[in-house]
Design a protein around this ligand. Structure first.
Ligand code: GLA
Length: 327
């Protein structure tokens, strides 16, 4: 009998807490109602076509590394899962690709499930992160994969990227979250790896940034590295304050923290772009917008806004959904 396979994984938007995960800091992402799905039947190779790429993928169960295209994610996931069966099927997605909404993490996780991965969300997330490193060489943190693996319907997640603790936080019904696309980006070609290295350089002086105090950074000689450290330390605190503000239904303060986060990423971490700053500024002038910031790795991507219901804002209104699963 033919065994059918059907899996899906959502994208994510990060509400606050960017460029903190790879130093074991705090992040506040939310899985969104846009998904990447794999469907097919069990086969003896991995044969996949995509609605979004003309190039099909056809690989053995133990594939060699693939250096380009979406096949490199398939090869990397297979190398991590070591599947005992393959698939003949189709990949489709409603997540905009290359927009900072974790389309690659969603692909990794849905593929891992399709190829038979069994295990808890943290193990799935760690596998996806290793696959990302293999496929792209980007030294990403755990935020995207862990949010997408562990998300709960109606909730965002606060993740402690040191202990990997995930808390599910309900998103109140009296606010809306809107994602506005600015520009495509390629993290590989961006300064992402540089930022990771600069944070490591800061940690050589002050120890783990997740426990460092703002006063400690005076000891960092290089002014650029000092600014990177200041962003991380203040951003971790903003995640805590944002969580507290949401729980008190103090949406005004939550919005202000998002704006502070944007400014810190713009000025101290330098991961924003002129186009993103312009869009964020325009959004903030709209009636009913409580806060807006760049989201994710930066160097392009999207602006995420916290709004009063009905705010007239161009973009995708996104809803918090459950994590990756067989369907
Ligand atoms: C990308 C990475 C994440 C995280 C963000 C920035 O999305 O994949 O691990 O570092 O950038 O917060």
């Amino acid at each position: 009998m033919t065994r059918t396979i059907r899996t899906r994984a959502p994208g994510r938007v990060n509400l606050i807490g960017d460029h903190t995960d790879y130093t074991g800091g705090l992040v506040f992402p939310m899985a969104i109602d846009r998904w990447t799905e794999v469907s097919g039947v069990v086969a003896d190779r991995i044969r996949l076509t995509s609605y979004h790429d003309e190039q099909p993928v056809d690989l053995p169960l133990d594939p060699p590394p693939v250096s380009a295209g979406w096949g490199r994610f398939v090869a990397a996931v297979a190398a991590e899962v070591r599947p005992t069966f393959g698939i003949e099927g189709v990949v489709q997605t409603t997540i905009p690709v290359g927009a900072g909404l974790s389309s690659s993490a969603a692909l990794e996780l849905t593929l891992a499930l399709a190829l038979g991965f069994e295990g808890p969300p943290l193990a799935l997330a760690q596998l996806g992160r290793r696959a990302e490193h293999r496929a792209t060489g980007i030294p990403c943190g755990i935020m995207d994969q862990l949010c997408i693996a562990a998300a709960k319907d109606g909730h965002a997640t606060i993740i402690d990227c040191h202990s990997f603790d995930v808390s599910h936080v309900p998103i109140p019904g009296d606010v809306e979250i809107v994602v506005s696309f600015v520009a495509h980006r390629e993290l590989e070609a961006s300064g992402y790896a540089h930022r990771v290295a600069e944070c490591a350089a800061a940690e050589l002086v002050v120890g783990p940034l997740r426990t460092a105090a703002l006063a400690d950074i005076a000891a960092i000689e290089d002014p650029k590295v000092r600014r990177r450290a200041r962003h991380v330390i203040t951003e971790n605190q903003r995640v805590r304050d944002f969580a507290a503000a949401l729980s008190l239904e103090d949406y005004k303060s939550a919005g202000e923290l998002m704006v502070e986060s944007h400014l810190s990423l713009r000025d101290d971490f330098e991961t924003s772009t002129d186009a993103m700053d312009r869009t964020q500024g325009e959004i903030l002038r709209q009636r009913g917008v409580l806060g807006a910031r760049m989201t994710g790795g930066g160097f392009g991507g999207c602006i995420v806004s916290l709004c009063e219901p009905g705010a007239k804002l161009d973009g995708w209104r996104v809803r918090p959904v459950a994590g990756a699963a067989r369907t």
